[in-house]
Design a protein around this ligand. Sequence first.
Ligand code: AMP
Length: 432
Amino acid sequence: MKILVIGSGGREHALVWKLALSPHATEIVCAPGNAGIAGERLAKNGKPVECVNIGAENWPKLLVFAQKTKPDLTVVGPDNPLAMGIADWFQKNGLRIWGPNQKAARFESSKVFSQNFMETYGIPTARAESFADAAAARKFAATLGGKCAVKADGLALGKGVLICANTAEADKAIDDILVARSFGAAGANIVIQEFLEGMEISLHALCDGKTAKLFPTSQDHKRALDGDLGLNTGGMGTYSPTPFLSDAELQRAAETILKPWVRGCAAEGIDFRGILYPGVMLTKNGPRVIEFNARFGDPEAQVYLTRLENDLVELLEASVDGTLEKIELKWKPEASVCVVMASGGYPGNYEKGKLIRGLDEVAKLPGVKVFHAGTALKDGQIVTSGGRVLGITALGADLKAAQSAAYEAVEKIYFDGAQFRRDIGAKAEKMD
Ligand code: AMP
């Protein structure tokens, strides 16, 4: 089977790596890919994965490419092409594609839509209201004492959420987004949620339009620096599973979130085939959904896909075909930890083109896999080409073993200015 994967980050490298292990995969092409993706080979026939230089958001060109090369399945990694309706365009042209259509992708591309949906179908979430008018928004924020999250409705490169501690901060956030339009058209409407205290975790469920199959828990580390300090980033590391919910509590949480979600999708005619990724706050009153994403998290995908036992081609096919009900998801009992190594200065300005050393040595370590994100090939050598550069991912008998293995590998990799967090998974240890 010939597969086209769209995207270029660590998530897409993890997808390509796992797809390449499947005996069903006979050819994999990735657009645009990265140096690590270009280094993968298919288990079935040893064929190298091919990278083609078409950007993930250039869906018209991707469509033309797919019409010409006729992949049996296209797999979409990032949120933007899904929000632009790439799945709809491929389907209209008779091409099989995995990832939600534009209407279903609204769970991520519109926070107003998501918040209304959660309220209509009784999904536990924060107390919240939506606004287009700044004066009304300020009034509502004041009723929360200004302790709130002010969120731009649309996609804003993961930066459209401002956390406020008092009314002055809330008023400024409202003005920034609604009046000054600091996130452009994405901020024509906002959602204001009460500020929720608790441990934040990621849930994922694979969906096929009728059935949602829940994954184990994972936890991302959004801030740039140890101890959750510094600026928000795309994600500096993850681990799975987390100790914060027992299996029974996870099942209960899933019942309160996924059951009404599936019912709501049916009622609204939303045909969601892909990954639903709710961001969840474990509050003292129970789990509360603070946002929905409509694709794999990055770097959540790296820890999930290293733990997944099933054949990923079969899972994605079942998600497209609506036959997930028959499939049982199987996970390795080991823990997985992913430590992101980023360019110095990220998420602010950073330099590119730094030579990366130590990858060959780390490739020999058992249970360790380095997923590439911002890397490129230059004169036959692998150099940095983005903010997040590598996701060093390790399996271990337990979280501590996985952490040691991941950090041992991190110590062997070097590039000028490399920065990473030393506390990935530390919150779980505090539970011991
Ligand atoms: P979102 O993109 O909506 O997940 O928001 C980005 C980050 O802001 C989340 O990962 C949380 O850490 C934080 N956040 C969002 N909403 C809330 C909330 N209602 N209460 C507390 N923190 C929040």
